[in-house]
Design a protein around this ligand. Structure first.
Ligand code: AMP
Ligand code: GLY
Length: 429
């Protein structure tokens, strides 16, 4: 196969991990990242183009003769970048990794995802959906609902649209805020009210060509800011892979009850889907249920999943885009991987940017990779440029040992206000 030119969209730790992997492929002639971060610069050429600026992305593709576009975050997918390419005569021949706008509703609309799961008999929490038209019925439904109650804004709400209410007064107030007061803008005009599930969460990733799929290593992320999983929710403070409780019996249930019915459902409904499917699962007494679908890779899960993939990712992307994924098998690194995320002081609340990051030069050891997230380069200095600043991924004989290695490496890195959790993988010692 001839090497190709690739454009990767996004700027987080996920994108640095993807760029790191893509740039190692003999099939990658040249990699561009838009807009990227200070880390992705080491893997290719950063372009000052934003992920939702389809017109600018189109001109990059034409100017640089791009053959393949890999979409990192969900927003451009939910906004219809796949369809934009399909409907443009000059872009039609450019392969794009990601679902169509319709299929991206699996992430972009909770109600769409729930109805899809119902149609295909995929286990998930019981639910009802409400909007302006059945608001009064919703209030009565909430009054009689067992606690806690899970309220979900239907649309994308920057990761803040899920509220778990411990009492009925709070549930009714949030319900009113979402539907009547536009708390999440139009994203919350429809609300999914869901049964609360108790269990441990994990993330499972498939890459599909719309008919066949390959499974990537599973992972678990640590969403809370504080050690022991306390405090506010964040974009993710760390991740481990594999997930020790996801043994072959459990994963077989995941495959037969969730992954296969989902991929078969996508195929049966003729959804255009050539990309990643992220299954946010919960293990309730050894039975897997779906909490959510995402139409992209997870962050920080990608920072442990991709380093464990030995197979050529570009070759896989080409197989996806050419609809020849059937029969492909993947090779994995058997060692465990863990990542620890360093964040700016104050995150997930308000924080400052622009602090110089020290200690990055000593870090290229064999068993450790430093992925940048919110970083930027100015006059040769690497500065903080976001809430999640970088993710240190290490390999080890167990996820706990791998995390310990990342935590040790983190001691060499410094910027004003740096914070990271020292307990990633704590429950798997
Ligand atoms: P989501 O935005 O769908 O990822 O939801 C955010 C988080 O809310 C999930 O990762 C879970 O921790 C939690 N969550 C969502 N739905 C439920 C549910 N039905 N039961 C318990 N926790 C839930
Ligand atoms: N780590 C969860 C997510 O990427 O949505």
């Amino acid at each position: 196969m001839k090497p190709i030119k690739i454009l990767l969209l996004g700027s987080g730790g996920r994108e640095h991990a993807l760029a790191w992997k893509i740039s190692q492929s003999p099939l990658c002639e040249k990699l561009y990242i838009a807009p990227g971060n200070a880390g992705t610069k080491e893997c290719g050429e950063n372009l000052n183009v934003q992920v939702n600026d389809f017109v600018a992305i189109q001109s990059v593709c034409l100017r640089e003769h791009i053959n393949l576009v890999v979409v990192g975050p969900e927003e451009p997918l939910v906004n219809g970048i796949y369809d934009y390419f399909q409907n443009d005569a000059a872009l039609k021949h450019v392969a794009l990794i990601g679902p169509s706008q319709e299929a991206a509703q699996l992430e972009g609309s909770k109600a769409y995802a729930k109805a899809f799961m119902q149609r295909h008999g995929i286990p998930t929490a019981a639910y009802r959906e409400f909007d302006q038209t059945n608001y009064a019925e919703g209030v009565t439904y909430l009054q009689n609902h067992p606690l806690p109650i899970v309220l979900k804004a239907d649309g994308l709400a920057a990761g803040k649209g899920v509220i778990i209410c411990q009492n009925h007064v709070e549930a009714m107030a949030e319900f009113e805020l979402m539907i009547q007061q536009s708390k999440f803008g139009s994203a919350g005009h429809k609300v999914v009210v869901e049964e609360f599930l108790t269990g441990i969460e994990l993330s499972v990733f498939a890459l599909t060509d719309g008919e066949s799929y390959v499974l990537l290593p599973e992972a678990k992320d640590y969403k809370r800011i504080g050690e022991g999983d306390k405090g506010l929710n964040t974009g993710g403070m760390g991740a481990v892979s594999p997930v020790p409780f996801a043994d072959s019996v459990f994963m077989e249930k995941v495959r037969t009850r969730i992954i296969e019915p989902t991929i078969n459902g996508i195929h049966a409904e003729k959804l255009a889907y050539k990309g990643f499917v992220f299954f946010g699962l919960i293990n309730v007494n050894n039975e897997p249920l779906v909490i959510e679908y995402n139409c992209r890779m997870g962050d920080p899960e990608t920072e442990v999943v991709i380093p464990r993939l030995k197979s050529d990712l570009v070759e896989l992307f080409l197989a996806v885009s050419q609809h020849r994924l059937a029969g492909k098998t993947l090779e994995f690194e058997q060692r465990a991987a863990s990542t620890v995320v360093a964040v700016s002081g104050g995150y997930p609340g308000s924080y400052e940017k622009g602090f110089e990051i020290d200690g990055l030069d000593i870090l290229n050891e064999d068993d450790t990779i430093v992925f940048h997230a919110g970083t930027t380069e100015e006059d040769g200095k690497i500065l903080t440029n976001g809430g999640r600043v970088l993710a240190v991924t290490s390999f080890g004989d167990s996820v706990h040992k791998a995390a310990q290695r990342s935590i040790k490496i983190m001691e060499f890195i410094d910027f004003q206000g740096i914070y990271y959790r020292k307990d990633i993988g704590y429950e798997f010692q």
